[in-house]
Structure formats: C-alpha cells, structure tokens
Design a protein around this ligand. Structure first.
Ligand code: DAH
Length: 331
C-alpha cells in the first residue's frame, strides 16, 4: 500500500512531464500496465485474506481511476497541441510575392493596322490576305501593269530564285490581293488587305526594304469615283481627326483609271498618304468579272506613312530596331 501511495504521489509529475503523445503512452504503461505497481497488486489480490480483499480492491480501483483520469486530461492537452502544430505546419504563406510575368505590347505597326482595319470593318468590309512571296502575274500582269513598266526591273523588285522559275518575287505592294480575292470570290467585294511588302529600297530615314501596306478594294454595281472620295474622306477623318483637310490629286497607276494620290494636311504640311482610283475595266476582265455590270474603286496606303505623322516618329528605322525605349512609348 505504501508503494501505491508513492506511485500516486509521483504520478502527476510523470504525467505532466510527458511532452508528447508517445511519451504519455509509455508513462501510462508504466503506471497502469501489466508490470506496473497497480498491475502487480491486482495480480496479488488472490493471495490476500478474504476480509482484506474488498478494502484493498476498492483502494486499488480508486487509485487506478485517479491515474486514468489524470492521463486522460493530459492526453487531451497534448492532442490539442498536436493539432495546433499540424495547422501551423500546414499553413500557406500568402505573404510571398507572386511571380508576375512580363507581358509585351503589340508593335505600333500592328496597332495602326488594327486601327485602320477597324474603321473599314465599321463600313462592312472584310479582311483578306495573300502571300508575301508572289508571282509576276498577280503582282503585275493581272493588275494591268505593262511589260515595260520600270517597277518590274530588278532595280525595284526583289526576285526570288525558286526552282527554274523566273517569275517569283517578293510582292512590291498589297495590290495582288485584289486579283487573288476577285478570282476566288464573286462580287460584291468590300475588302481591306493589310500586309508586308518589299522593295529594293536602301535603308534611310524614309525608306525601308520591307514595309507595310493596307490595300482596299470595292467592286459592286454602280460604284463611282464619288464613292471612293466619300469613303477615303471618312477614313481620314476617323484616323487623323474630323477637321483634317484632304486633297485628291491626279496621278497614274496601271490598275486604276482615273487614278489619284490623296494628300492630307497635317500641321500645315501637305503629305502624300495613299494611291487610289477607279478599278481599270481590264483588271476586272483579267479576273473574270463583267466590266459592263460591275465597277469599283481601290486604294493602297503605307502603314508607316500613316503612323509617322500621327505618332511623331521621324525616322522609319525606329519601327524595326526593336529598341524598347521606343516600343514602350506605344503600349
Ligand atoms: N499599289 C500602289 C503602290 O504601291 C498603291 C495603290 C495605288 C493601290 C492605287 C491601289 C490603287 O489599290 O488603286 O504604290
């Protein structure tokens, strides 16, 4: 019985000293298990006098209950602590900086192409395109360009060595899209065709061997030069502002008759913006359209030429150098 009292006295210290659940489990075995003092006394009960048994039995039971209660209390505390630890180790640290990828912007040329295209989409046009590597038929012949025309010379046009052929070239304008589109589609035609074009020009402040154009073509019944004027004046007013002055000056292009150059007055200076005209009936015949039934107008404008005065760019080379200090000004 003395040993039991000693155990009861030591138990609170042992139980509270258990730092975690496994430690508590071994303390529990030590206090209540088979080889514990309590276990030993229980096994010895049979040897006691019958009168002593209830007394000792009750004392033992009381001691065991006391120890169990203490262990259970400590277990609760340790379980809560373990749970808290788990929650803490599972926590997401949301204070870390997120990785934000650098997002580029569209190039100014692309932006201007979209600006112009949007104006014509608003008039019901659709976007068409064609290959940058063309052949002589679409680039010149179908467009009524005579054999002797100087633009066909190698001094103006970049020819491509392709198998045994001598008629493959980098398109000098977007006008071949006119012929390709008409060949593949019946009238009415209302198209806008932006794209890259190539010439043998030497790189300087106003020339580049590769630049961009936007072609326009309308073919329908009863189309006249007035439709051309109204459409292009609307375009200029949308693009450069509603008070911009516009002039149509007589010019020559093989594929239009009559032809004109459109000049726009910006900051007091007249600038040539685009070529245009009434589609030559020979072009309509070349693509299989009936020139007695249909007529049309066409125009072709330089994207860089539109962009430079509008965005204050003084040197065409700035567009192609990929200088971020320039590109970042046009987000
Ligand atoms: N293709 C011409 C050039 O590159 C521009 C042009 C003029 C296009 C008159 C046209 C047009 O469609 O009708 O200079």
């Amino acid at each position: 019985m003395k040993r039991l009292d000693a155990i009861l006295e030591a138990a609170p210290g042992l139980i509270d000293g258990a730092a975690d659940l496994p430690a508590l489990a071994s303390v529990e075995a030590e206090l209540l298990g088979k080889s514990s003092v309590v276990g030993e006394l229980r096994r010895g009960m049979g040897k006691l006098d019958p009168e002593q048994r209830p007394v000792v039995g009750a004392k033992l039971q009381e001691a065991a209950d006391q120890l169990k209660t203490q262990v259970a209390r400590r277990r609760e505390v340790l379980e809560m602590a373990a749970e808290r630890e788990l929650l803490i180790s599972d926590r997401l640290d949301l204070t870390l900086d997120a990785w934000v990828p650098t997002v580029g912007t569209r190039h100014l040329i692309t932006q201007v192409i979209e600006e112009v295209t949007d104006i014509f989409l608003g008039l019901g046009y659709v976007v068409a395109d064609g290959p940058e590597v063309e052949n002589v038929w679409y680039n010149f012949d179908a467009l009524n360009t005579p054999d002797w025309h100087p633009s066909r010379l190698e001094s103006d046009t970049l020819y491509v060595e392709y198998r045994e052929r001598d008629d493959v070239l980098m398109r000098v304008h977007t006008s071949p899209v006119q012929a390709r589109y008409m060949e593949a589609n019946d009238p009415p035609v209302y198209i806008i065709a932006p794209g890259r074009t190539f010439r043998t020009d030497t790189w300087d402040a106003t020339h580049s061997p590769s630049f961009h154009q936007i072609e326009g073509l309308v073919v329908d019944e009863h189309i006249t030069f007035s439709d051309l004027k109204g459409t292009l004046i609307h375009f200029v007013h949308e693009f450069f502002g509603p008070d911009t002055e516009v002039q149509f000056n007589p010019h020559f292009f093989p594929f239009t008759e009559p032809s004109a150059e459109l000049h726009v007055k910006l900051d007091g200076t007249w600038l040539e913006m685009l070529g245009c005209g009434v589609v030559d009936p020979d072009v309509l015949v070349n693509v299989g359209y009936d020139p007695d039934k249909y007529s049309g107008f066409a125009f072709g404008m330089g994207v860089e030429r539109l962009a430079m005065p509008k965005y204050g760019i003084k040197d065409i080379r700035r567009f192609y150098e990929n200088d971020l200090r320039v590109l970042r000004q046009f987000p």
